[in-house]
Ligand binder design. Structure first.
Ligand code: PBG
Ligand code: ZN
Length: 323
């Protein structure tokens, strides 16, 4: 018998057969668009480090949400930038807070699902994700504040609460608060495996949330640790997280795959700001073809096992894949 008998090229000979045999496809229904809303703005402003992305005034987000919905995108993930910051991050749970306003604005314009990021770093004067007591972020005090934030988001109309602060027990605390206040049907999407990454830089610039001293290594995961990530995912699963998130997505395809194979809940992956800006910069330098690179990255994240992709490229992806 002549070698080779198996010729995989048979199934690659033309566009039709390649299309027919494509294993992983991107669909707009599985994309989530992150949106910044800034209390100090009257109109949208392009983000310097994230060309093509904007931060919005509260009054504008409803219209943007309607547009996303028309493109087939089912959910947004909201981040707020308050006018005033303080040690207790009190604007994070104010009824008149920027995110709470934005949630109501979107709800009155569109039926898109609203996920709200729950953290304190945008709201505390020191930029930490929790309440600082005698020099370090105090886990259990922070949980009390997280519960207040969760309640305020739910009251405003958020469908999905997404705690991102990496405090121990945060999912359980939020679940208990929601259930105890008549919001048992609101979901929790846990930032479960979130590493202390340098790829959040453009986000922190946009949200003005960089820690004024120190870093977040006391609560975010060491990016060298796979097993510790699985442990974090397990705890959030056990605490009742409805959706488990892995972040940053592109850097953690192994962790996405691990999450998918171990936990039978939807897995979300967050293609973060630095990953976005890196592709933008490489494309404008002529190093990458923007569209091809974004399609390859997004497909790879889904292939690794993500059910949902949270990405700043969501609008473009939605247009490209439906063309
Ligand atoms: C808040 C939060 C961050 C991101 C999502 N929620 C920043 C951080 O942890 O420093 C990063 C998102 C991105 O980079 O796109 N804790
Ligand atoms: Zn934070």
């Amino acid at each position: 018998m002549a070698f080779p008998t198996t010729r995989l090229r048979r199934l690659r000979t033309n566009e039709k057969i390649r299309d027919m045999l494509t294993e992983t496809r991107i669909h707009p229904s599985r994309l989530v668009y992150p949106m910044f809303v800034d209390e100090r703005l009257n109109g949208k402003k392009e983000l310097e480090l994230m060309p093509g992305q904007f931060t919005y005034a509260a009054g504008e987000v409803g219209e943007v949400a309607s547009l996303l919905e028309e493109k087939g995108i089912n959910a947004v993930l909201l981040f707020g930038v308050p006018r005033k910051k303080d040690a207790g991050g009190t604007q994070a749970f104010s009824r008149q807070g920027i995110v709470q306003k934005a949630i109501r604005e979107i709800r009155s314009h569109s039926s898109i699902l609203i996920a709200s990021d729950l953290c304190l770093c945008e709201y505390t004067s020191n930029g930490q994700c929790g309440i600082v007591k005698s020099g370090s972020v105090d886990n259990d005090t922070t949980l009390e504040t997280y519960s207040k934030i969760a309640l305020s988001h739910a009251e405003a109309g958020a469908d999905i609460i997404a705690p991102s602060g990496m405090m121990d027990g945060q999912v359980a605390a939020i679940r208990r608060t929601l259930d105890g206040n008549g919001y048992g049907e609101r979901a929790v999407m846990a930032y479960a495996s979130k590493s202390a990454s340098s790829f959040y830089g453009p986000f922190r610039e946009a949200a003005e949330s960089a820690p004024s001293d120190g870093d977040r290594k006391g609560y975010q995961i060491n990016y060298a640790n796979f097993r510790e990530s699985m442990h974090e995912l397990k705890l959030d699963f056990d605490e009742g997280a409805d959706i488990l998130m892995v972040k940053p997505a592109l850097l953690n395809l192994d962790i996405i795959h691990g999450a998918r194979s171990r936990f039978d809940v939807p897995i979300a992956a967050f293609n973060v700001s630095g990953e976005y800006s890196m592709v933008r910069a490489a494309s404008s330098a002529g190093i990458l073809d923007y569209k091809q690179a974004v399609l390859e990255i997004a497909t790879s994240i889904f292939r690794a096992g993500a059910d949902l992709l949270i990405t700043y490229h969501a609008q473009e992806l939605a247009e490209w894949v439906l063309q």
